[in-house]
Ligand binder design. Structure first.
Ligand code: SAH
Length: 224
């Protein structure tokens, strides 16, 4: 009874609990093997990051609109990017560019020490802040600005995750990556590839992981 009340309080009934389990099975079938990531996605309430009218679709493995012409990434992509970022071991400071709904931020914040997240659209950032507070994720700091410039004040970062696609990896982000650090970023205009960049001193080793389809990384911050 207590568990059921708890689930209702979070606006989710038994049916969606089953849908959530199915999503986890699907992520595993698609090749996600990091148990920490899978477990985190199991307990992160994705339905709270979309409009109520869309919440019944929150545990499908699809991208969903979040307003302002932006989308919340498909769960598989969130899992894959987080897994790639963690590939080198535990992470302390992580920079995220493109907070959006805050769902990827929430997953990330539960598997690393601290997240510094940057978003250019102010209302999206405000909403993400509220949602993260509601689910008690506290190790995140937010900045409203153009993420092409990173967040130099707290760098260098052990890892950088970018959730919008530039034509080329922004130089400032490379500069703010610590030695040995990892960046996961979709790169390309017409054809995009999820790319893993590992810094070794002054060298940046790149690996194209798989084709993806992200919204573009745009320039400048906007208020509304
Ligand atoms: N990770 C998000 C989805 C992001 S969609 C989620 O889980 O919901 C991409 C996001 O990147 C959008 O919110 C968009 O406004 C933001 N974005 C695009 N260009 C940006 C830039 N230059 N700086 C910061 N954020 C940017």
């Amino acid at each position: 009874m207590a568990a059921r009340e708890d689930m209702n309080r979070h606006g989710i009934g038994m049916t969606s609990q089953r849908t959530r389990e199915r999503l986890l099975e699907r992520l595993f079938e698609e090749g996600i093997r990091n148990l920490h990531v899978l477990e985190t996605m199991r307990r992160t309430p994705r339905h709270l990051f979309v409009d109520e009218a869309l919440s019944h679709r929150a545990y499908e493995d699809t991208a969903l609109p979040i307003g302002h012409n932006q989308t919340l990434s498909q769960p598989y992509i969130v899992a894959r990017m987080t897994e790639l970022l963690l590939g080198g071991g535990p992470l302390d400071k992580v920079l995220e560019v493109g907070t959006g709904s805050g769902y990827q931020t929430a997953v990330l914040a539960q598997v690393v020490e601290r997240v510094f997240t940057v978003e250019r659209i102010y209302p999206l950032q405000e909403r993400a802040k509220e949602t993260l507070k509601a689910i008690d994720v506290r190790n995140v700091v937010f900045r409203h600005s153009d993420g092409n410039w990173g967040w130099p004040q707290y760098g260098p970062y052990d890892a950088i995750l970018v959730t919008a696609a530039p034509a080329e990896v922004p130089v400032e982000l490379l500069n703010q990556l610590a030695d040995g650090g990892r960046m996961v970023i979709p790169v390309g205009q017409h054809e995009q590839f999820l790319t893993l960049v590992i810094r070794e001193g002054d060298a940046f080793i790149r690996q194209q992981v798989e084709p993806v389809n992200f919204v573009p990384l745009l320039a400048g911050a906007i208020r509304s």
